[in-house]
Design a protein around this ligand. Structure first.
Ligand SMILES: [Zn+2]
Length: 113
C-alpha cells in the first residue's frame, strides 16, 4: 500500500483533521520509544559521572566517602579526611582541622564509633 501524503496546500476542508496531522510537529519527548536526553538529563549524567570518578579516586586514596552522590564536590572542597568520611565540608580548613581533631578524640574515647 502506497502512502499518499495529505495535500495540505490544496485542501479545501475547514479545520481538516488530516491537515492537522500532516503539519503538527511532535516534540521529541512525546515520541515514545525514542531515547531523548533533555539538557537537564545531560547535566544530571555529567554530575553522576563526575561523582563516580571522584568516588573512585577517593577510594584509591584509601578514603571512604559515605556515598557516591556529591563525591565530586567533596573531593573538590574537603581539606580533611574526616570531611570526606563524614560526607560533609566544614566552613573553613581551620574549622575542618579543629573538627577533625575533636572527632578523632571522640573516637579515641569511644564516644563515637
Ligand atoms: Zn486537509
Amino acid at each position: 500500500m502506497a502512502f499518499t501524503p495529505h495535500d495540505v496546500q490544496n485542501c479545501k476542508v475547514d479545520n481538516c483533521f488530516a491537515c492537522k496531522c500532516a503539519t503538527i510537529s511532535f516534540s521529541a519527548a512525546a515520541t515514545p520509544g525514542r531515547k531523548v536526553e533533555t539538557a537537564s538529563q545531560v547535566q544530571d549524567e555529567k554530575r553522576l559521572v563526575a561523582d563516580l570518578d571522584a568516588y573512585k579516586r577517593l577510594r584509591k586514596d584509601g578514603l571512604q566517602p559515605p556515598a557516591t552522590k556529591n563525591a565530586a564536590a567533596l573531593e573538590r572542597l574537603a581539606t580533611t579526611k574526616t570531611e570526606i568520611e563524614r560526607g560533609k565540608v566544614y566552613g573553613t580548613p581551620k574549622m575542618a582541622r579543629e573538627i577533625e581533631t575533636n572527632y578523632k578524640q571522640l573516637k579515641a574515647d569511644g564516644v563515637l564509633a
